[in-house]
Design a protein around this ligand. Sequence first.
Ligand SMILES: Nc1ncnc2c1ncn2[C@@H]1O[C@H](COP(=O)(O)OP(=O)(O)OP(=O)(O)O)[C@@H](O)[C@H]1O
Length: 276
Amino acid sequence: MTVAPALWGESLVLGYQRTTVVHGVAVRLRAGAVTALVGPNGSGKSTVLRSLARLHPVDQGAVRLAGDADADADAVDAAALSARDFARRVTMLAQSRPHPSGLDVRDVVAFGRHPHRRRFAPLSDADTAAIDRAMAITGIGDMARRAVDQLSGGELQRVWLATCLAQETGVVLLDEPTNHLDLRYQVETLDLVRDLAEEHGTAVGVVLHDLDHAASVADDVVLLHHGRVIAVGAPADVLTSDHLSRAYGLPIDVTTDPGTGRVRVHPRGRHHGRTR
Ligand SMILES: Nc1ncnc2c1ncn2[C@@H]1O[C@H](COP(=O)(O)OP(=O)(O)OP(=O)(O)O)[C@@H](O)[C@H]1O
């Protein structure tokens, strides 16, 4: 079944100063699905994701959001929405985040409610419930009153993730959300990403470096190389030995896990084949 995209970029041309680094890329994020952006360093993943979040200017092309299907409304140009309306629909966990000081964890998570609140208004019951829920599912409930400037990188990562979730948007964009996280929280974050799509119908766009993570979590994969899409589609169709070897510039074998049916990626370094 083809599901209409919730947010998409059309023919995106993006750059820095006068240098174009993304050359006509199309990305479609479907409601209830996880779309992983993968590719080597510098291939344009973060720039594309940031443009979808309106954090990077679009030189050519457009970012669009689905209209209200019930009202049969047309798609809207993301650039035409007010900052507040856009923030009610799209949130992003960026790679570089502010380092707030003098605030506790719960205060920071409460920032996620800003698009839903009137200025200076106290937190509503809905705000409190959203904050509690976001903290519970990211496992930071017991850190509520800890000062954020005293947290480890991984703990802070989960606080920012909770802040995004508290925003309760239909589109969630995550730039390397497993960075800094230990194995357990990597797995829990990927589980959370799947939950967002499957249980909440969220359209999730996620930049991942670990291709096995991408294979395990994504419905759609977009493989970028030098600012262009090499392949897009289901993980097994995109994460092939041919595509990956071309993109990463080294031999990469791909096998299928007999238990899960998912692809597994095996890069062949110079010491490949070492037995001990
Ligand atoms: N602030 C900047 N000023 C100038 N060029 C930049 C800037 N940020 C990124 N670039 C360049 O834009 C290109 C795409 O970068 P981008 O960060 O989008 O890639 P990426 O695929 O996310 O990389 P990585 O995996 O290393 O995070 C790269 O060539 C990079 O050097």
